[in-house]
Design a protein around this ligand. Structure first.
Ligand SMILES: [Fe+2]
Ligand SMILES: [Fe+2]
Length: 227
């Protein structure tokens, strides 16, 4: 999407309320009630989930993504965070999740993958694109689509999250640059955060980084050739 188009959409989405179809309203109300109950013991996590849902909906309106899917994904993305880390590890083992390393080392990326496998049975009316977005909201993936990017970015910039310089910058880019670019900034910021903290980096992240970097280099190479 071009810069002008993005800015125009950003203006039109400011403060916009979405007029959902009756069945979508019913489903969103049901999901909101379910999440509120499921995360009742973790009020900050619940507030974050509701905030990600609103942020994802706004980003979706700005960038031409389905706001209903974005809101549903935001509401449900941290569902598995109701469980403790040891419970998440047990769930991941039960589900046969294999990331090629000891799951304890990468426990922080598991909750999205677990939710994406558990929740479809509960909400068969929600399409697979929402589960994919939830599955990759922690680790990202080489095949990020617009809904995946909307959720990933919303998770990082929702207003309840304390602002670091990187988060402030990502927030300031909304509506001014393409979604791909804000996602890239958020993703790289997350990788740098892990490295600077001296924490273990999920090896899959390096592959994702290289795939995305190569794609972006290809794009800018193609643009240079055109000019
Ligand atoms: Fe999460
Ligand atoms: Fe989150």
């Amino acid at each position: 999407m071009g810069k002008k188009k993005v800015q125009k959409k950003a203006r039109s989405a400011e403060g916009a309320r979405v007029d959902y179809a009756p069945e979508q309203k019913v489903l969103l109300a049901r999901i909101t009630a379910d999440v509120s109950e499921h995360l009742a013991g973790k009020p900050r996590r619940l507030a974050h989930s509701l905030s990600v849902a609103s942020t994802a909906e706004q980003l979706a309106l700005i960038y031409g993504v389905d706001p209903f899917l974005a809101r549903a994904a935001g509401l449900l993305h941290d569902w598995e965070k109701a469980a403790s880390v040891s419970e998440q590890l047990a769930h991941a083992h039960e589900l046969g999740i294999d990331l090629g390393v000891e799951l304890e080392l990468v426990h922080s990326v598991l909750h999205g993958m677990i939710a994406a496998r558990v929740l479809p049975e509960r909400y068969p009316e929600i399409p697979p694109s929402v589960w994919h977005a939830i599955a990759v909201h922690t680790s990202a993936s080489a095949d990020m689509g617009p809904l995946d990017e909307v959720l990933f970015v919303a998770d990082g910039i929702e207003p309840l999250r304390p602002a670091s310089p990187g988060i402030k910058r990502s927030r300031s880019l909304v509506g001014k640059v393409p979604l791909d670019d804000i996602f890239w900034e958020s993703f790289v910021g997350g990788v740098v955060y892990v490295l600077e903290g001296g924490r273990y980096l999920y090896p899959g992240t390096i592959d994702v980084y290289n795939a995305l970097a190569a794609r972006r280099a290809g794009k800018s190479g193609a643009r240079k050739k055109e000019n």
